[in-house]
Design a protein around this ligand. Structure first.
Ligand SMILES: [Zn+2]
Length: 231
């Protein structure tokens, strides 16, 4: 089975160089933003039989309606025709992987060991878990679940293909574990607001990334069952 990557031109701090759309036979995974030129490129790859979303964040899904109009293909997502364990297409299994978003699906092709990871993992950098939608405990469970598949490669929603897939998943799990330890230490040191936790536990974070650190700290605090005031 061929996996064709078509990258949208929506670069940014969270989308890296842009959203990756994957065309797998007649299946389009994550049409990306509503960008006519990007959608034309997808259509030029061949007839579209179905459009699938890893999750409903607009950088992955905003073009779905228009692509459906242009191709006549249905749009499928978690809860809309797709559930955990369903076949999206022959040989391509849906895996419900909540955490980054509650409706998040990965698509798993056991025959080639390929995991289409959406925003569960990125080709570089890390993934935003922003409460209240983002759920860090669920996210860690989802990472453990895909690690158990021992994928050979990951085709992420953003960034380049990952060939050392299991090592990458373990790196993600280690990163969250280490950060949780830092948050716990910050609490032990007496941090009593989200701001104080960020100051102590995210010392390595550059100032321009501080708003993201704030959200990440909230996700950790929620996982730890701690509800602190902002300041
Ligand atoms: Zn997302």
């Amino acid at each position: 089975m061929d996996f064709l990557t078509i990258r949208a031109s929506n670069p940014g701090p969270l989308t890296l160089r842009g959203t990756n759309t994957y065309v797998v036979g007649g299946t389009v995974v994550d049409p990306g933003p509503d960008d006519e030129r990007h959608l034309e490129e997808i259509l030029a790859a061949g007839p579209v039989q179905r459009i699938a979303l890893t999750h409903r964040h607009p950088d992955h899904s905003a073009g779905a309606g228009r692509l459906s109009e242009l191709s006549g293909a249905p749009v499928l997502a978690h809860g809309v025709g797709l559930e955990d364990g369903d076949l999206l297409a022959p040989g391509l299994v849906c895996i419900h992987t909540p955490g980054h978003a509650s409706d998040h699906l990965c698509f798993w092709h056991p025959e080639s060991g390929t995991l289409l990871s959406g925003d569960l993992l990125a080709g570089s950098g890390s993934i935003m878990i922003a409460p209240p939608e983002g759920d860090l405990a669920a996210y860690v469970t989802s990472l453990e679940r895909v690690r158990a598949l021992s994928p050979a490669r990951i085709l992420p929603g953003h960034g380049p293909e990952v060939t050392d897939a299991v090592a990458k998943i373990e790196e993600y799990l280690d990163h969250r574990r280490e950060r949780e330890e830092q948050v716990v230490s910050a609490l032990e040191e007496g941090a009593s607001t989200v701001g104080e936790v960020v100051t102590l536990a995210y010392r390595d974070t550059p100032p321009e990334m501080r708003p993201y650190a704030d959200l990440a700290a909230r996700a950790h605090l929620a996982k730890l069952g701690r509800d602190l005031p902002t300041v």
